[in-house]
Design a protein around this ligand. Structure first.
Ligand code: FES
Ligand code: FES
Length: 164
């Protein structure tokens, strides 16, 4: 049997270094979930539409269903597992919990990471700006109202907690 055509990729995910062997066609979302066990990024549309697979790649928000794993070689990746820690949820996670910004939760990892990136850029957004910022993340459950409330609450929490 011939050896599979694989490539070695080095990535740092949520601060942990990993080396993995992937085929050139392997999508980042599949590498994260199936090779490395980070199941926060979800597989939805696999065509850049829904945002369920959103992760951060060297700080940028990307849809990991349209990034090849080999393109992430040498990159720092953040998945939702890296947002809070075992002892305490991140302020954005607490805000989504308190404001009921989720129902089934399928969109939530992507929503949280898009929110984290957005609030770094715009720490005091309007509701309209929040809606625009999250338009690449589709939620089939909530109607978005509570998600916008959650992002507003997260902005407040981050401002308050950072001021301490
Ligand atoms: S699964 Fe990637 S955008 Fe939908
Ligand atoms: S909470 Fe179900 S898709 Fe958003």
């Amino acid at each position: 049997m011939t050896a599979q055509n694989t490539t070695t990729v080095d990535v740092t995910v949520n601060g942990s270094e990993h080396e993995l062997e992937v085929e050139p066609r392997t999508l980042l979302v599949h590498a994260l979930r199936e090779e490395l066990g980070y199941t926060g990024p979800k597989v939805g549309c696999e065509s850049t539409l829904c945002g369920a697979c959103t992760v951060r790649l060297d700080g940028d928000v990307v849809k990991s269903c349209t990034v090849l794993a080999v393109q992430a070689d040498g990159a720092e990746i953040q998945t939702v597992e890296g947002l809070g820690d075992d002892d305490e949820l991140h302020p954005i996670q607490r805000s989504f919990q308190e404001e009921h910004g989720l129902q089934c939760g399928y969109c939530t990892p992507g929503m949280l990471l898009s929110t984290a990136s957005f609030l770094e850029e715009n720490p005091d957004p309007t509701r309209e700006e929040i809606r625009e910022a999250l338009e690449g993340n589709i939620c089939r459950c909530t109607g978005y109202h509570n998600i916008v409330n959650a992002v507003e609450e997260a902005a407040d929490k981050l401002a308050t907690e950072e001021a301490r």
